[in-house]
Design a binder for this molecule. Structure first.
Ligand SMILES: CC1(C)[C@H]2CC[C@]1(C)[C@H](OC(=O)c1ccc(O)cc1)C2
Length: 227
């Protein structure tokens, strides 16, 4: 890993760690009562703060703000669900103080999300947890996901591709250094991104079914997911 790649990794990892879910959201998880309605409101607050955190983090990705403005929006809209699942998978698998995880899982299960979506969601969390990613890998994997060139409406795909290649190069080298005993580790990480794409289809259905039961979303969520 070259000096500039180390500098790049530090910027991204610091940004990833700096923008954490506000403590008040996490605290509420344990306090408020348990009705499906209360759970939905909590998840709405959680999703909204995760999208806010995502926007702040993305602005710190070197080169992102130099992209075409409309492409920046297209990348954010196209990757928000995947970035949110990646971050919550990491929160689930490690960051959460013990006891919170069970409460959060319980609230998710009792919030009107259909069982057919719950299962793949928790399978994904388990498969991410099993990777035991270091925080640099988590930050870089999220960055690679955001910098996916073939999102809808991206005009200058080459520019995004160049940025993503840079990040993939650092991530590949980091994986070799962090997991010398597992040469396939980098490939496994990228395999998770494929799993993420299937989750985002389920996510769209989840939003539609909530909408059908006239649940209200926040303006930010309506904007980022066109609901
Ligand atoms: C942990 C999760 C990633 C999983 C369960 C809560 C999440 C934050 C996310 O919720 C939403 O997307 C969501 C969207 C709209 C809304 O009003 C509430 C939640 C799905």
């Amino acid at each position: 890993i070259t000096k500039e790649q180390q500098a790049l990794m530090k910027i991204i990892t610091d940004a990833y760690n700096r923008h954490q879910i506000p403590q008040d959201v996490a605290k509420k998880l344990l306090q408020d009562q348990y009705s499906a309605e209360e759970n939905f409101l909590l998840l709405t607050e959680m999703a909204t703060s995760q999208v806010q955190v995502l926007v702040e983090f993305t602005k710190n990705i070197p080169g992102f703000l130099s992209l075409d403005r409309e492409d920046q929006i297209a990348l954010l809209k196209g990757s928000a669900v995947e970035a949110m699942f990646l971050r919550s998978a990491q929160v689930f698998s490690r960051k959460m103080p013990s006891g919170h995880t069970e409460v959060l899982e319980e609230r998710i299960r009792k919030s009107g999300i259909s069982e057919e979506f719950i299962t793949p969601m928790f399978n994904f969390y388990k498969s991410i947890g099993e990777l035991h990613m270091v925080q640099e890998e988590q930050a870089l994997l999220t960055t690679v996901t955001i910098l996916t060139p073939d999102r809808p409406y991206v005009k200058d795909q080459q520019a995004v591709e160049r940025l993503q290649e840079t990040m993939l190069d650092v991530l590949r080298k980091l994986c070799v250094l962090q997991h010398p005993q597992e040469p396939q580790y980098f490939a496994r990480l990228l395999g998770r991104l494929t799993e993420l794409r299937t989750l985002s289809h389920y996510h769209t259905e989840m939003l539609v079914s909530w909408r059908m039961n006239d649940h209200k979303f926040t303006p930010l969520l309506c904007e980022i997911w066109d609901v």
